[in-house]
Design a protein around this ligand. Structure first.
Ligand code: ZN
Ligand code: FE
Length: 265
């Protein structure tokens, strides 16, 4: 069996994803925000969607459900806790549930914080996590419905996956996120290297998604709220005192980013 994961850019900076089974010509569509764009991509690649997965109820992630269902009748799986907000949903899932596509098994992880019921889908056979708006390249989702403790716990769940896991984030925020990350973590050599890499990718018109979990653990400030050397820097910069617990440090960082002048991130 041969599988690939394809990115479908939508809107200004969103990605939908296609998990493609090349033997069968079938695909799972993750977070179709723009039905027409995804439809065009499916036709171009001659793929038939067997399943739609949603990570959370925001329109830029579910807006294409209707159009794809009209055309193909593919079932929609999404977070059980957000069932009431997702049109066309056939099955609500929560932590521990399994979704299947072809010979693949996807494990559902509840990762609330950005929204209250946000879920991520982990496919061990692909070493891939579809994490919606929970974690981004060098950043994390805004706390729209959840609180910092919830989001910190969600990030810890993700951090516990194997380092080789590739994170398929819902937005192309890498370059913008790097600006904030460098502002708070300027002595981090890995971060500087990663920032240069991202700048190069973007210059070539390439995405900064997916991003590897192991790299994010070294570079993403929101995953580093427990790292001693970073904690010291944050205490010196008066962002968070040394004795604050990691969830509180995370909260301070998230608030600092909210006021960093990049409203949408
Ligand atoms: Zn969202
Ligand atoms: Fe989004």
């Amino acid at each position: 069996m041969s599988f690939t994961i394809e990115l479908v850019p939508e809107f200004k900076d969103n990605y939908a994803f296609l998990i493609v089974d090349h033997d069968l010509g079938l695909t799972t569509v993750v977070d179709p925000g723009d039905g027409e764009v995804v439809l065009r991509e499916l036709k171009r690649r001659e793929l038939y969607p067997a399943l739609i997965l949603n990570t959370h109820h925001h329109p830029d992630h579910i807006g294409g459900n209707d159009r794809l269902q009209q055309e193909y009748g593919a079932p929609v799986i999404g977070p059980a806790r957000e069932k009431g907000y997702i049109t066309g949903i056939s099955r609500g899932v929560s932590s521990g549930d399994i979704v299947t596509f072809s010979t693949l098994r996807g494990e559902v992880m509840e990762t609330p914080g950005h929204t209250d019921g946000h879920v991520s889908y982990y496919f061990p056979q692909l070493q891939a996590l579809f994490c919606g708006d929970t974690i981004f390249t060098l950043g994390c989702g805004r706390l729209i419905e959840g609180n910092s403790k919830q989001m910190w716990e969600s990030l810890q769940l993700i951090a516990a996956l194997p380092d080789e896991t590739m994170l398929y984030c819902g937005h192309e925020y890498g370059e913008l996120n790097a600006t904030f990350a460098l502002a708070v973590d300027k002595d981090n050599f890995d971060l500087k290297k990663r920032t240069e890499e991202i700048a190069m990718l973007r210059k070539l018109g390439k995405p900064s998604v997916p991003t590897q979990l192991g790299v994010e653990k070294r570079c993403n400030p929101f995953l580093r709220a427990g790292a001693p050397e970073f904690r010291e820097a944050l205490a010196k910069a008066r962002v968070a005192p040394l004795d604050a617990d990691p969830a509180a440090v995370f909260g301070k960082l998230r608030t600092a980013k909210d006021h960093f002048g990049q409203k949408a991130l």
